[in-house]
Structures are given as C-alpha cells and as structure tokens.
Design a protein. Structure first.
Length: 94
C-alpha cells in the first residue's frame, strides 16, 4: 500500500468515527441488573417474565434513545423482549 493510500485510509477512518455517532448509527450496549433499570421498566420486565428465568438485561443507547433488551427463558423457550424507558414493550414475546 502506498503512503498516500495509507494516509487517506487513516483520514477516512478518523473522520468516520466523528460522523457516525452524530448520525444515530452509534450504539452502546451495557449489561445491567434489574435494580439498575427505571421503575416503569422494572415493573414491565417483572410482569412479562413472571415464572421465567431472566438471563440478561442490556441497556441499549442509540440515536439519543434508550431501550432495554431482556433475554429470558420461559417454558423451555429462549425469548427476548425490548422495553422503552417508560416501560412500554417495543418488541418481543407477549
């Protein structure tokens, strides 16, 4: 690879990291506990996952919005549900 091509690649990668977060394409996922989620989300998770085993809760920050992904096992099935910060289910098994 020529020096010019290498410099161009580095510049593109650098500016790409600056642009992507502003475009809403950036996503941050953090594993959290039930105690760390807002009260409306906690109540919704407990209602949906009653009688099951919660395996993981992730806080997903993307495009200025926060969603909580819950992975759980119920009646031998692995399921996922997604909740907005207000506790409304946005996607998942009901």
């Amino acid at each position: 690879m020529s020096k010019r091509a290498l410099v161009s690649t580095i510049v593109i990668l650098f500016f790409g990291t600056l642009i992507v977060p502003g475009c809403g394409l950036w996503k941050k996922e953090t594993v959290v506990t039930i105690a760390e989620v807002p009260s409306p989300v906690k109540a919704a998770i407990e209602k949906v996952t009653a009688g099951s085993t919660v395996r993981k809760i992730e806080k997903i920050e993307s495009g200025g919005k926060v969603t909580y992904e819950v992975e759980y096992r119920k009646e031998g099935k692995d399921l996922e549900a997604y909740f907005a910060e207000d506790g409304k289910m946005v996607k998942g098994a009901q």
